[in-house]
Ligand binder design. Structure first.
Ligand code: ADP
Ligand code: ASP
Ligand code: MG
Length: 416
């Protein structure tokens, strides 16, 4: 008998038929004797629908009230799933995030979980009940409802698993594991039997939305045994592992992409100490995160600085940068939000030379211009024109032989 935390995403609870299928699965596991905690997302499309509704009522949506609204999506699915479990003779109780004391900071819309008090859940488990918890939500110290950011139910599940010291956390979704690239864009992508937590962290932070980045951070920090599986099939999925595999690694494990960024450039600024600080300081004071940064030195002693921010922060960043440009007597400010970031990720990069050359050459052969580059020990990212994003992902997938698979133990794709 094991304590298992399962999470079902939006598509997996997208209609009554699917909720019934989840109930069958959960009731089956309970009948085998497992202690079951189930985290669910809102029905697919619901969080978007609520977000649009809010914007219709007030284009400058108050963040606290938006969280009150968005949290209702998950409250619907916990109740429906619990009713379906009762119908199957399976004792179960549904709880909102606040009711099981998922305590977060007060940053509405992207709150971070601080701690979870597990007494209530443990009591129910001892009584033999299945516990159904609303994903994506918590409460701050003053009992205000908070939400954890898009995809946040993954994080609820892994945090619950960590708090309960669960034997396994299973993320059920609409693909049967983590693939070498998004199977919606690269039909030849392959499911990985396993991926290291370090690589999964990079993939998630570079835009792979199959797991929210915070959930991978929790898994790494608390060593939660984490698996991504299909809620429609019965395959083994992908295991997130903590040790570096002993096997010979392929150069690259996966390709990630991100369409959520925008690029800003301030041109003709003095090339002197403190200039980056004077430009980026006001951006960070506005709580805007900067991702990539490039500074060029011109022949005339002036310099240009280009950086990227989240697309949602683009209008505000542009107006802040224009103010800075006036203060610094800069030549001009330009920006673009029709960009995309394409990245290659792999711990194998540490032991292989020439990876960047292969990446840049294969993009050049397709006529894709690289606007910015950034690297770390296990990833290389490039910014390209948005319209070349899909071509870029497919080109790199092919260039690094990911469709053939060199990694020991991997299997051919079985879903898309
Ligand atoms: P859920 O609603 O279950 O949380 P998500 O839509 O958040 O599901 O995540 C699953 C989706 O992630 C898949 O449908 C797939 O298109 C996308 N995805 C992007 N990159 C990958 C990848 N490398 N491997 C698997 N899925 C990926
Ligand atoms: N319902 C939320 C979203 O759509 C949280 C989640 O699904 O994980 O982002
Ligand atoms: Mg998700």
């Amino acid at each position: 008998m094991a304590l298992i935390v399962e999470k079902y995403g939006g598509t997996s609870v997208g209609d009554v038929e699917r909720i019934n299928a989840v109930a069958d699965k959960v009731a089956g596991a309970r009948a085998e004797g497992h202690e079951m905690v189930v985290v669910v997302s809102a029905m697919s499309g619901e969080t978007n629908r609520l977000t649009e509704l809010a914007a219709e009522v007030n284009p400058e949506v108050p963040a606290r009230e938006l969280d009150v609204l968005l949290a209702t999506g998950e409250q619907v699915t916990i109740a429906l799933l619990t009713m379906a479990l009762h119908r199957r003779g399976c004792d179960a109780r549904s709880y909102t995030g606040g009711q099981v004391h998922i305590r977060t900071d007060a940053v509405h819309g992207r709150a971070r979980i601080l701690d979870i008090e597990d007494a209530r859940v443990r009591h129910d488990l001892c009584q033999g009940r299945v516990v159904v918890v609303a994903g994506f939500q918590g409460v701050d110290e003053a009992q205000n409802i908070t939400t954890l950011g898009r995809g946040g139910s993954d994080t609820t599940a892994v945090a619950m698993a960590a708090a309960l010291k669960a034997d396994e956390c299973r993320i059920y979704t609409d693909v049967d594991g983590v693939y070498t690239a998004d199977p919606r864009i690269v039909p030849e992508a392959r499911r990985l039997d396993s991926i290291t937590v370090e690589e999964m962290l990079e993939m998630a932070s570079l835009g792979t939305k199959v797991l929210q980045i915070r959930s991978v951070e929790f898994a790494g920090k608390y060593r939660v045994p984490l698996r991504v599986l299909s809620s429609f099939g019965s395959g083994p999925g992908t295991l997130i592992t903590f040790e570096e595999p002993l096997m010979e690694q392929p150069m690259i494990s996966g390709i990630a992409y991100n369409r959520d960024e925008a690029k800003l450039t301030i041109r003709g600024i003095p090339d002197e100490p403190g200039i980056a600080y004077r430009i980026l300081g006001p951006i960070s004071d506005a709580h805007i995160n900067v991702d990539m940064i490039v500074q060029n030195v011109g022949a005339d002693g002036t310099t240009d600085l280009t950086f990227t921010v989240h697309r949602n922060d683009y209008p505000q960043s542009l107006s802040i940068l224009k103010q800075t440009a006036e203060v610094l007597s800069a030549r001009d400010v330009v920006g673009a939000d029709d960009i995309a970031k394409v990245s290659i990720v792999g711990v194998g990069m540490r032991s292989h030379a020439g990876i960047a050359t292969t990446m840049f050459r294969s993009l050049a052969e397709e006529g894709i211009n690289i606007q910015m580059i950034s690297t770390s020990e296990i990833k290389i990212s490039v910014v390209v024109d948005d319209k070349y994003m899909e071509l870029g992902v497919r080109t790199l997938h092919k260039a690094f032989g990911l469709e053939n698979g060199t990694k020991h133990g991997d299997t051919p794709p079985s879903a898309g």
